[in-house]
Design a protein around this ligand. Structure first.
Ligand code: ADP
Length: 322
């Protein structure tokens, strides 16, 4: 193998640049001595032939940056046979022999199609803040996103405590409550509303009333987006408890920012495994972590694995938030 390409696809996540850097530097500096091409804007750039040669210097000064220097996109055309065939032709024209895809489950489905239809060697690195992939304990960007939420909780708590006000903080995680639970536990939130657990508003109202009797009127409630709107929840809680609430929707703040140490190290370890897999001819695999060890799983198997929610962590967070 002489030449590989790397792309980022789907939602951006902090640590994607550290992963690109890892792929480029490991592929070109290790014994493999590969040429690396960067693809602009994910699968869209692959179809349009937007590839350029990268070397160790092209990734200088990027390890600490959020977002992705290769840019990312969502590309409907790649979900069609014609789109995938066009991407394959471009890869052939550039004499690319392997592809590293950094993205979430959608990007992995695209990668699987390219492997299944054209037997093209691909490997995946899980880049998404949601931590919603079943085969890996963590995804790249999750740790940074949780730390961003945590820092917001810390700041908000100061004001809420000073004014005896409660607050609903809406975080990302439409299908996965991990951001809410990890940030809730680490930030000492009083309650977390997540898609994996039944939500009983009367129980929450009771808890808030009890907290007032204990002299605590500044509860912080973390709401995973999509469960209900923070305004609706605020109104119902205010009407039934008499406590003044504020709402804050953190939104895109959670997607950007400088990656944490954990995400940078994870990015480096994933990048090295991904390049090793391509060099060893082990295609169609996605890299991740289990019990703090780097693992790789066949992409089809990985996509079938259902994400298990850590109910014990939720239980601990709920008890400690009382
Ligand atoms: P993420 O990778 O973060 O989950 P998306 O779900 O938006 O983000 O997927 C990113 C891109 O992957 C899509 O724009 C599309 O090009 C490709 N993709 C998604 N789902 C499929 C699929 N089922 N088959 C082929 N390609 C797909």
């Amino acid at each position: 193998m002489k030449r590989i390409a790397v792309l980022t696809s789907g939602g951006d996540a902090p640590g994607m640049n550290a992963a690109i850097r890892g792929v480029v530097r490991y592929a070109s500096n290790s014994d493999a001595k590969l040429d690396v091409y960067g693809v602009q804007r994910g699968y869209e750039g692959l179809i349009k032939g937007k590839l350029s040669r990268m070397d160790g210097r092209s990734v200088s000064d990027t390890i600490h940056r959020g977002g992705t220097i290769l840019k990312t996109a969502r590309c409907m055309e790649f979900t069609t046979d014609a789109g995938i065939e066009q991407a394959f032709k471009v890869l052939k024209a550039y004499e690319i022999e392997g592809l590293v895809v950094i993205g979430g489950d959608g990007s992995f489905r695209g990668m699987k199609d390219l492997r299944d239809k054209f037997n093209f060697p691909c490997v995946g690195i899980p880049g998404t803040i949601d931590n919603d992939l079943g085969y890996t304990d963590f995804t790249l960007g999750f740790d940074t996103a949780v730390n961003t939420v945590l820092s917001a909780i810390n700041n908000i708590r100061d004001t809420m405590t000073s004014h005896d006000r409660a607050c609903v903080i809406e975080v990302m995680g439409r299908n996965c409550g991990d951001i809410a639970v990890y940030a809730g536990l680490a930030g000492g939130a009083e309650a977390m509303v997540v898609p994996e657990m039944p939500f009983d508003i009367d129980e929450l109202i009771e808890k808030m009333r009890r907290n007032v009797l204990k002299g605590k009127a500044s509860d912080i409630i973390i709401l995973a987006e999509g469960m209900t709107s923070c305004e609706t929840l605020k109104k119902e809680l205010e009407d039934k408890t008499g406590i003044t609430l504020r709402t804050i929707k953190l939104g895109y703040i959670q997607r950007g920012g400088t990656p944490t140490m954990a995400d940078r190290i994870f990015a480096a370890r994933c990048a090295v495994r991904a390049v090793d897999l391509l060099v060893q001819g082990k295609s169609g695999r996605v890299v991740g972590s289990k019990d703090n060890k780097i693992i790789d799983v066949e992409v089809g198997e990985a996509l079938k694995m259902k994400k298990t929610f850590d109910k014990d962590l939720y239980r601990i967070a709920t008890i400690l938030g009382q």
